[in-house]
Design a protein around this ligand. Structure first.
Ligand SMILES: Nc1ncnc2c1ncn2[C@@H]1O[C@H](COP(=O)(O)OP(=O)(O)OP(=O)(O)O)[C@@H](O)[C@H]1O
Ligand SMILES: [Mg+2]
Length: 493
């Protein structure tokens, strides 16, 4: 049993028989009992031991019961005092109760009556202890809560990232000092403030509105890039849930990514510059090799022709890579798509399929194309060639064991839908969101030997986006992949 659950009763009586009798009876009921033959000893024990109840005889040598009662009521107000009295001294006992005694019991004791009084006092002690315990816990919880709140406030205030909390009325109810710097504000924000007075970016305002209506789960968030007067920021927004699990607002953390953006730009500029510088001499080398191969620089032996042909292949691969790098740089600069004209996609896809047919055959792949008459789209035909070339090449490349590649195109309302379906190696679900990133290639034993730079799909996505279209991919590992592109049909003027 826990020390604080033990009820310890002090029997202060000069009659040894009473002390022993009480001890026997109370021990048998599970109480801990101490004895004192006079008032002084009783006070000593009260001082040292954790006494729960005091049974107190009034007439004792050295120090009488009334004195002990006085000290106990003053010093140990939680200890109920039960006065032991003879018949003749009941009046005194009543007087003692007025001075703070809890109850009295007359000698000789009737066991049942005696135990009833003791049990009542013990219950009182237990209840008081419980109440005290609860109060302590309550105080502790309040203290912890306050501490947590002030800690959280300090963290939020000293964060380099900006924090904004909005409520259901789209008002800012909490923001930190970093917000002022990131949003270029000079005046202190007074909360609550309509969110659109603080945030100029419409897309972010829409996100905050959508969060209130959407069913985002606990750990879902929305990430977007926004631009302010001075900085590029990444805004990550998530719902704030109330006690009934309903959305009561949104919290947005803003991170300054200007330095990364600058670095990315520098890297793109660098790649662009290097690619340009490499392309010119390579084109010259390629042309000179062609001249040699055509025999214009004198006759070539079999071995010489073979070696120069091999060299030309390598140069072509290098030129393809350089062209891809330049394409990516142009897409990023928004300069890739230039010549929008009414385009018949059927013709372009047909030509691309015909171009890639020999490669497919060589790999034991059955390449088919089926298509109805398509409405024209407004596009740059060169870009269109590029995207179908990339998608169909991928379908062939990533089907190392042969199989089928089916290309289909159809009118789908305001869009043309093109699907490139293969029965190749497939892509794992966790890889799917990454394959459109620049230079990303899936690392797996099956694709290890397939050459590529990971730029194709990022170019495809860039082109599709520039044409206001969309691209989706579905894939099952080991079974195959389907890319679906939607491109808007040309508006009739
Ligand atoms: N049809 C497909 N089946 C399976 N995996 C594919 C398919 N298409 C693309 N992938 C995966 O996506 C990755 C990225 O494709 P992407 O076309 O961008 O680059 P790449 O083919 O590796 O190189 P390149 O720039 O020469 O096209 C590939 O490396 C491959 O892992
Ligand atoms: Mg590719």
């Amino acid at each position: 049993m826990n020390e604080k659950d033990i009820i310890r009763i002090l029997v202060a009586d000069d009659e040894k028989a009473i002390r022993e009798g009480c001890t026997r009876v109370l021990n048998s009921k599970g109480f801990d009992v101490l004895g004192a033959e006079n008032g002084k000893i009783a006070l000593d024990i009260l001082e040292k031991d954790n006494v729960s109840i005091l049974l107190l005889d009034l007439k004792m040598p050295i120090l009488g019961g009334e004195e002990v009662l006085k000290v106990t009521v003053e010093k140990y107000p939680d200890v109920p005092v039960i006065i032991i009295t003879g018949h003749g001294t009941v009046d005194t006992a009543v007087a003692c109760m007025k001075k703070g005694a809890y109850d009295f019991i007359t000698k000789p004791f009737q066991i049942e009556h005696f135990l009833a009084i003791i049990n009542r006092a013990a219950d009182k002690r237990r209840l008081e202890q419980k109440a005290w315990q609860l109060q302590k816990e309550n105080i502790r919880n309040l203290y912890d809560l306050n501490l947590e709140k002030s800690r959280l406030k300090t963290i939020i205030n000293y964060m380099a990232n900006g924090v904004i909390v909005t409520n259901r009325n789209m008002e800012v109810v909490l923001s930190n000092p970093a917000i002022m710097r990131l949003l270029g504000l000079t005046q202190q924000i007074s909360n609550p403030l309509p969110a659109n007075e603080l945030i100029e970016d419409e897309a972010l305002i829409n996100t905050l509105k959508n969060i209130l209506d959407d069913d985002l789960s606990d750990n879902e968030c929305i990430s977007q890039e926004i631009q302010t007067r001075n900085y590029y920021l990444r805004a990550i927004s998530a719902p704030v849930f109330g006690p009934d699990s309903g959305v009561v607002g949104a919290v947005t953390v803003l991170e300054n990514i200007s330095a990364f953006k600058q670095l990315d730009q520098m890297k793109s500029d660098f790649v662009n510059m290097v690619a340009h510088e490499l392309r010119s001499p390579l084109v010259s080398i390629r042309q000179l090799n062609s001249v040699i191969l055509e025999g214009l620089a004198g006759p070539l032996g079999e071995k010489q022709t073979e070696f120069i042909n091999r060299g030309v292949k390598k140069i072509d691969a290098l030129l393809a890579l350089i062209n891809d790098l330049l394409d990516v740089a142009k897409i990023e600069a928004g300069q890739y798509v230039r010549h929008f004209v009414p385009t018949d996609l059927r013709k372009i896809i047909e030509d691309t399929v015909a171009l890639l047919e020999p490669r497919a055959k060589k790999q034991g792949i059955n390449l088919t194309f089926s298509c109805e008459d398509l409405k024209p789209v407004h596009s740059d035909p060169k870009n269109m060639e590029e995207i179908f070339n990339n998608l169909i090449s991928n379908a062939i490349n990533y089907s190392p064991d042969g199989g089928d590649v089916n290309v289909t195109a159809r009118n789908a309302g305001d869009y043309i839908e093109i699907k490139v379906k293969d029965t190749g190696v497939g892509i794992a679900p966790e890889e799917l969101p990454k394959i459109f990133e620049k230079f990303y290639r899936v690392k797996s034993p099956k694709t290890r030997d397939i050459m590529g730079t990971g730029l194709g799909l990022s170019i495809v996505k860039g082109v599709v986006d520039a044409h206001h279209g969309s691209i989706d991919v579905e894939s099952v590992e080991g079974k195959g992949t389907t890319f679906k592109i939607l491109l808007p049909v040309m508006m009739e003027s």
